[in-house]
Each structure stands twice: as C-alpha cells, then as structure tokens.
Write a protein that binds this ligand. Structure first.
Ligand SMILES: Nc1ncnc2c1ncn2[C@@H]1O[C@H](COP(=O)(O)OS(=O)(=O)O)[C@@H](OP(=O)(O)O)[C@H]1O
Ligand SMILES: Nc1ncnc2c1ncn2[C@@H]1O[C@H](COP(=O)(O)OP(=O)(O)O)[C@@H](O)[C@H]1O
Length: 202
C-alpha cells in the first residue's frame, strides 16, 4: 500500500451539500435474512422520501453483486469484503449529502460495526429486520430457501451460514406483524425525531 496518499478535504462540506434539501446525511442500514423485507421496505421508504422532496440513494444486495461486487461470492471472507466495499460506498454517498438506504444481509456484527465506525455519530442507523426465519422461508420470494434445503445452494444465511442478530439496532421492524406502510411510518418518524429530515413536505 502506498504511503504517498494525502487526504483532501472538500471545500464544500457534506452538511452544506445536504442543507438545501432540508436533510442531514445519513446511512439507513437494513440488515436481516433473505426474505425478511429489506428490499421491499427500503424501496418503499425511498419512494416516500423522494415524494416528499428528499434526496436519497438506494443500494441493494442483488444489484451491487451484479456490478461492483460481481467478483464476490458467499464465503465468510467474500461477505466481509462485500460489506467493506458497500460501507465505503455508502459513506461516499452520504458525503455527497444524501440519505443512503443500504439493504444487505450483512450477517456479521463486526462488519456492521466497521461501517458504523466509518460514519459520524448518529448518522448510521441500523435497521434490523426481525422477521422470523419461518416467515422468510414461507415467503421464499426467489425460491432460494427451497434450493438451500435441497442442498443446491451452499452457505445460505440462516440455513448453513450464520446470521448474528444486532445487539443495539436503532430501529427494529418485523414484517410478519407490520405492514409495509407501518414500517415506512416508523422509519419516517425516526428520521424526523433525530432531525435527519427537517420537515415533512406533504
Ligand atoms: N448463499 C447465500 N446466502 C445468502 N443470500 C444468497 C446466497 N446466494 C445467493 N443469495 C442472494 O444474494 C443476496 C444477498 O446478498 P448480500 O450482498 O446482501 O449478502 S451479504 O450481506 O454479503 O451476506 C440475497 O438477497 P436477499 O434475498 O435480498 O437478501 C439472495 O438473493
Ligand atoms: N409487511 C411486509 N413487509 C415487507 N415485505 C412483505 C410484507 N408482507 C409480505 N412481504 C413480502 O415479503 C417479501 C420480502 O422480500 P424482500 O423485500 O426481497 O426481502 P429481502 O430484501 O430481505 O430479501 C416480498 O415478496 C414482499 O412482497
């Protein structure tokens, strides 16, 4: 690694970039099992924020794995690298002043902590999708649990690869008992309370 790299501070600060949008930069980090509702809720919140005039960006597991991270699989090492890159990318988008919605299984506590530590205090919001695995498996929207049970996919999270439950998430959602609208409302309330969005533009 080169030591001849100098960090450049931007003349326009991240707060200045975000201020015209009535928002404070932050990363909403959705974590949970496959089928727990990460994509559905992150997309619904993205729409709700967009409709209210806020500036957001959504990073989603499947999409990032088609591009930036297409060299990575699902071994523990590859998942660590996946989250490291996505964490750095999320931070860059937040530095651009955006509200970032990142939806990845991110099964390991240490990786989520690493991303949290990249961000200024209060700007990393861990959203734990606490949907029971039975519900996720019943939904099986992509047929992946069935394949994992049949041994056709190895290292599948919740089946033969671990998911470490967050200890102190900022927000907990359970999509087996909460509707999409209720989840979105809970997240909007959180953002308003913490002044990450400054007024409701309805
Ligand atoms: N072995 C295995 N385990 C878990 N998930 C698998 C696996 N193989 C493929 N998939 C599909 O990949 C999506 C998860 O990618 P992520 O980048 O979010 O995973 S991770 O954070 O690196 O653990 C995940 O998407 P979601 O269902 O949206 O969570 C699956 O569709
Ligand atoms: N209340 C709810 N919240 C979110 N998703 C729900 C809900 N009820 C049913 N679902 C369904 O559950 C599935 C969740 O899948 P998805 O959002 O892709 O999860 P993940 O991104 O965590 O894999 C979708 O098919 C969605 O339509």
């Amino acid at each position: 690694m080169s030591n001849n790299i100098v960090w450049h501070n931007h003349k326009v600060t991240r707060a200045e970039r975000a201020a015209p949008k009535n928002q404070h930069p932050c990363v909403l980090w959705f974590t949970g099992l496959s089928g727990s509702g990460k994509s559905t809720i992150a997309n619904a919140l993205d729409v709700a924020l967009y409709q209210r005039g806020y500036h957001t960006f959504l990073l989603d597991g499947d999409n990032v794995r088609h591009g930036l991270n297409k060299d990575l699989g699902f071994s523990d090492e590859d998942r660590v690298e996946n989250i490291r890159r996505i964490g750095e990318m999320s931070k860059l988008f937040a530095d651009a002043g955006l509200i970032v919605l990142s939806a990845f299984i991110s099964p390991f506590t240490s990786d989520r902590r690493m991303v949290r530590n990249l961000m200024p205090a209060g700007e990393f919001i861990e959203v734990f999708m606490d949907t029971p695995i039975e519900t996720c498996e019943d939904r099986d929207p992509k047929g992946l649990y069935e394949k994992a049970r049949a041994g056709q996919i190895k290292d599948f999270t919740g089946i033969d690869s671990p998911y470490e439950v967050p200890e102190h998430p900022e927000v907990v959602l359970d999509t087996s008992s909460q509707t999409v609208d209720q989840c979105v409302e809970q997240l909007l309330e959180y953002l308003l309370e913490r002044k990450l969005i400054l007024e409701r533009q309805e």
